[in-house]
Ligand binder design. Structure first.
Ligand SMILES: Cc1ncc(COP(=O)(O)O)c(C=O)c1O
Length: 118
């Protein structure tokens, strides 16, 4: 909440991935932000992987984009960003150096515990 309160002003745009954790748009809009939703593509065929169309994502950025929210593992679908995904994000963000990345890694400790158990 502090991040939205600190950085979002009336009319700023925040890119959120759908399916979306509802807390994000509530907080963004509470502080006057406009939400731009971008859908993560559901698994196709035999794959169990949700994927991001990065070409389409790039087109979501405008001169009003203030923030993009990354959440891995992504609530509510559990998608983990791959190394390739991270490179794709970096490649886009290099062209939008004023956009803030809010990285919500709330489940990170859980993943560390699980990896210690395996
Ligand atoms: C992705 C994500 N971010 C943030 C939170 C909020 O975490 P907290 O309850 O520690 O504020 C949750 C809680 O479910 C969550 O799933």
């Amino acid at each position: 909440m502090d991040a939205f309160a600190s950085f979002i002003d009336e009319g700023d745009e925040t890119i959120l991935f759908e399916p979306v954790f509802e807390f994000y748009y509530q907080q963004n809009e509470l502080f006057g932000g406009k939400t731009r939703y971008f859908s993560i593509d559901p698994p196709k065929g035999n794959s169990d992987k949700w994927t991001i169309d990065f070409k389409a994502l790039r087109k979501c950025f405008t001169n009003k984009t203030k923030m993009i929210l990354l959440n891995t593992p992504h609530n509510p679908i559990g998608k983990m960003y791959t190394e390739q995904d991270i490179h794709e994000f970096i490649s886009i963000l290099k062209d939008f150096p004023n956009v803030l990345v809010l990285s919500d890694e709330v489940a990170c400790l859980l993943l560390i515990f699980i990896s210690l158990l395996c």
